[in-house]
Design a protein around this ligand. Structure first.
Ligand SMILES: N[C@@H](CCC(=O)N[C@@H](CS)C(=O)NCC(=O)O)C(=O)O
Length: 246
């Protein structure tokens, strides 16, 4: 179908799920119209785009699709061969894909994304709940550090050197995890001031991955300023507290 299809991207700058799709759009060099949705005051028409009223959503011509993991793969399928300029100057551009053809590699990518979400990102909620009690956070950090050890093994299974999940090749694994890597570090190091609690420095391959995915141009072009992200942590805390009172 595309590149000729008209794409409209519904997003919110602070949202990590929306950032996944924003990175994918940037990576493939898609042209699209961007509509920023105010999550505190969502427009009533947005339910016609996504009945769940969540971001991200993407309209391809007249069809609207939601869910970030679905969108990242859709963007890949719409633009299967992104062009990347090789580091060494040659006369031709190399054609690189965000999702390899190999079925097992595709499954490993999806497993890695799922593992990061359930074993690391899901702890964010617990850490925010215990933000006033550092001791209470120790058990959560120990769970996360166990997960990081396993993540390091998963990275080494793919390649001995990074920076990316597959090694030197950037893929959907990196896109889907990077927004959460960045916010998690901001939460732990800056917001909770628990620097040093996450033990990824012990694993050179994992450290390289964590640094590499947030250094990518498409990531830097789509990340919200830290003040906005911190303000969204505060809104999250306010929601937890309001829910606890009810
Ligand atoms: N599973 C969804 C989650 C999307 C999501 O939770 N988006 C949040 C913003 S980060 C949202 O739109 N929240 C608005 C609401 O829940 O009303 C995805 O992967 O796209």
């Amino acid at each position: 179908m595309p590149p000729s299809a008209k794409l409209t991207f519904y997003t919110a700058i602070v949202c990590p799920y929306a950032q996944r799709a924003a990175i994918a759009l940037k990576e493939v060099g898609a042209e699209y119209e961007k509509v920023e949705i105010d999550l505190q005051n969502k427009p009533s028409w947005y339910k016609d785009i996504n009945p769940e009223t969540k971001v991200p959503a993407l309209t391809v011509d007249k069809t609207s699709i939601a869910e970030s993991l679905v969108l990242v793969e859709l963007i890949h399928d719409l633009f299967p061969e992104k062009k990347k300029r090789p580091k060494l100057l040659t006369l031709t551009d190399c054609l690189c894909r965000l999702l390899p053809d190999d079925a097992v590699k595709r499954a490993q990518i999806r497993f890695f994304v799922e593992f990061w979400a359930t074993k690391v990102s899901s702890s964010q909620f617990k850490l925010l709940q215990t933000r006033n009690n550092k001791e209470a956070r120790q058990a959560t950090y120990s769970e996360i550090n166990n997960a990081l050890k396993r993540i390091n093994e998963l990275l080494l299974e793919q390649a001995s050197e990074g920076p990316y999940f597959l090694g030197s090749e950037y893929s959907i694994a990196d896109i889907n995890v990077a927004p959460f890597v960045y916010r998690f570090q901001l939460l732990v190091n800056t917001f909770l001031k628990d620097e040093g609690e996450l033990q990824y420095n012990e694993y050179p391959r994992l450290k390289q991955f964590i640094e590499g995915v947030v250094e990518r141009d498409s990531f830097k072009a789509t990340i919200a300023p830290n003040e906005l992200l911190e303000s969204s942590f505060n809104k999250f805390i306010a929601r937890i507290e309001a829910a606890a009172k009810n």
